[in-house]
Design a protein around this ligand. Structure first.
Ligand code: ZN
Length: 410
């Protein structure tokens, strides 16, 4: 495979940070990094690609995925009928779909498989997004991050599996996840939709437990992401100092102002509302989804208007992998500009993930580059039609005349 420098040419390039669209753009890539953007003189290289009438963007970042599965009729029985190997093969397949949809980095919450997926990608063994893995999410016994609905003795867990009660068990669980590769700690601060326990918004971890978790993770330089729907749990998580609130379905003005003050990101995961296959889910889960989704939409609209920091995240698995970019259209439909929507999946997501080496097209950044037809500042839906993907300098997708020159597709 050719490994020398590559020159990419395109009709447009979006500088997401400055908000400027450059015409007749040139990007030079070498050794997996961007070495120049629009240089005064373009080097003469063997690999000089003109991508034509497209817009170059930084590889997109989805800060909330589950690459080991996808919701279907077996979603709940999979916990007892499938092994981790099943999730690993899924992760290769869904990771391939996701990266070809233009998402070159994900923060993934699916256990040890996500850790190894990320390592395999960095070795160059498989084509999937770069992964910031949480390993097992932390939750209370019987909470959203536990597996409930089965007889006693089936799928019980402790701190090693992320099930931890009280500050000291929480600390133990954080240490264990980090020992085995977690780069972020995910927790369930409240109940949830896709699980068989009580009211969807109920607080599950106390402020004391959440504070112990955030403080222990911080000692390792690691952030906490808190799944939270109800206001009491969201407030406790923000007060404890988590870096992001996942879903954030019921936001009060007080919570939003505290998030702005502390720089806590909201990761909305709202596109799934349009796409969730409710008819395949147990009645309790369906009822919870129907209760929470209108509230979540209202909260997101208010958060955008108020200026709460937002990082792009979808909960892909609850809807089919590869449709991640559908989330942009929700943000724009709720009053966010197209440019700010793109920032949620680039500079804001990179800030949340502590990955300053991506999210912009600039010298020294990772050569994770995508191209979309037309101008995404005029029509954000073009992000659903990614024509070209480069991952670490390697071209993994290039659609020419409707045909992918690197076919692996869904
Ligand atoms: Zn999720």
């Amino acid at each position: 495979m050719y490994s020398g420098p590559t020159v990419l040419r395109a009709a447009r390039l979006l500088d997401v940070e400055a908000g400027e669209m450059h015409r007749d753009a040139v990007v030079v890539v070498e050794d997996g990094l961007i070495t120049a953007v629009n240089p005064a003189s373009v080097p003469d290289v063997m690999h000089d690609m003109d991508l034509g009438d497209v817009t170059l963007l930084p590889g997109l970042i989805d800060t909330h995925t589950h690459l080991t599965r996808e919701v279907g009729a077996d979603f709940f029985t999979d916990y007892v009928t499938r092994t981790e190997a099943y999730g690993a093969f899924n992760a290769v397949r869904y990771g391939g779909i996701t990266v070809r949809a233009g998402f070159t980095t994900v923060r993934d919450y699916d256990g040890p498989v996500a850790v190894e997926l990320g390592r395999a990608v960095e070795r160059g063994d498989i084509v999937a997004p770069r992964v910031i893995p949480s390993r097992h999410p932390l939750g209370i016994t019987g909470g959203h991050c536990d597996i409930t609905g089965f007889a006693p003795g089936i799928r019980e867990g402790g701190p090693e599996e992320g099930i931890a009660n009280g500050p000291w068990e929480v600390v133990e669980a954080v240490r264990y996840q980090i020992k085995h590769g977690a780069k972020v700690i995910k927790t369930c601060a409240t109940a949830g939709v896709m699980s068989l326990e009580g009211p969807v918004g109920a607080q599950q971890y106390t402020l004391e437990e959440l504070t112990a978790m955030v403080e222990e993770a911080a000692r390792h330089g690691i952030k906490v992401a808190a799944h939270a729907h109800g206001p009491e749990g969201i407030l406790a998580a923000v007060q404890a100092g988590v870096a992001s609130i996942e879903h954030g379905s019921i936001l009060t003005d007080e919570i939003m102002d505290l998030m702005i003050e502390k720089g806590t990101y909201l990761v909305p995961t709202t596109y799934l509302v349009d796409r969730i296959a409710l008819d395949q889910l147990p009645p309790l889960v369906r009822a919870k989804a129907e209760e929470i989704t209108p509230l979540a939409r209202q909260s997101l609209r208010r958060a955008i208007a108020r200026g709460v920091p937002i990082a792009f995240g979808t909960d892909a698995a609850v809807f089919p992998h590869g449709e991640n970019a559908g989330e942009f259209g929700i943000y724009v439909g709720m009053g966010m500009s197209e440019l700010d929507a793109l920032r949620t999946a680039t500079i804001h997501a990179a800030d949340l993930l502590d990955t300053p080496d991506r999210g912009r097209l600039a010298e020294g950044m990772l050569a994770d580059i995508i191209a979309v037809p037309g101008n995404p500042l005029d029509d954000i839906s073009v992000t659903r039609d990614v024509r070209f993907v480069m991952l670490g300098g390697r071209v993994i997708k290039h659609v020419v005349g409707g045909r992918d020159m690197h076919p692996m597709g869904r």
